[in-house]
Ligand binder design. Structure first.
Ligand code: GTP
Ligand code: MG
Length: 205
């Protein structure tokens, strides 16, 4: 049976782990550098224009936002990291908020780590992957804005990214575009599959 996102409800925005939605469901978090396309990816998956708010300016998302899908699981939109214009104090708040959520949420099934297809992996991405691995949090790689590079460039980019992140050659990486919808179906299939699965640590095969 083909799985589809039929119903999306914005539940709430939080800044503290203790304020998560009352009803527990599997959670899928989207993390990555500011402006990488986290909110756009969520909008594309759920076929809504701006349910997750998008902006040309980095730092648009500044809370942890829960979207309930088909009454089955949550997509969790997170603020981006590496936003230089944030003050040091705000950065610390951000780090506390994200780390508290990622380490503390018992319902987190997988962390989707988004990288810009054109930019590739930056030092902050390497650190994030190390941090996720150290904390035994399962993650998946997604290369966003794939419409900006050709398919042959995508294959090269995949190799470069995995090398930079010190991950095995065969680690899956989904190329995704909110513009032409590349990767959308693969990602939706994965979400439904993971909702039905139990948790495992490290990069997923
Ligand atoms: P923060 O909330 O600030 O961390 O950013 P974000 O990661 O949520 O990024 P957002 O979805 O707000 O998108 C940032 C910019 O990238 C916007 O101008 C989007 O239109 C653009 N963008 C997002 N996805 C795509 C894509 O697939 N293709 C192209 N060409 N542009 C995209
Ligand atoms: Mg955002």
């Amino acid at each position: 049976m083909k799985r589809e996102i039929k119903n999306t409800v914005f539940i709430k925005s939080i800044v503290n782990l203790g304020d998560k939605p009352g009803v527990r469901r599997p959670e899928f978090a989207f993390v990555g550098r500011s402006n990488v396309g986290k909110s756009s990816l969520i909008n594309c998956l759920v076929n809504r224009k701006n349910i997750a708010r998008v902006s040309k300016n980095p730092g648009k998302t500044d809370t942890i936002n829960f979207f309930e899908i088909n009454g089955l699981f949550y997509l969790v939109d997170l603020p981006g990291y590496g936003f230089a214009r944030r003050s040091r104090d705000t950065k610390k708040d951000w780090q506390r908020m994200i780390e508290e959520y990622l380490m503390g949420s018992a319902d987190l099934r997988s962390v989707f780590v988004l990288l810009d297809s054109k930019v590739g992996a930056k030092e902050s991405d390497v650190q994030l992957i190390e941090w996720l691995s150290f904390n035994k949090l399962p993650f998946r790689l997604v290369a966003t804005k794939s419409d900006k590079i050709s398919r042959s460039r995508q294959r090269q980019r995949a190799e470069e990214v995995l090398r930079s992140l010190k991950l095995p050659e065969k680690t899956p990486l989904i190329f995704f575009s909110a513009k032409n919808k590349q990767g959308r179906e693969a990602l939706i299939d994965l979400l439904f599959l993971k909702t039905a699965e139990k948790i495992s640590a490290g990069p997923e095969g």
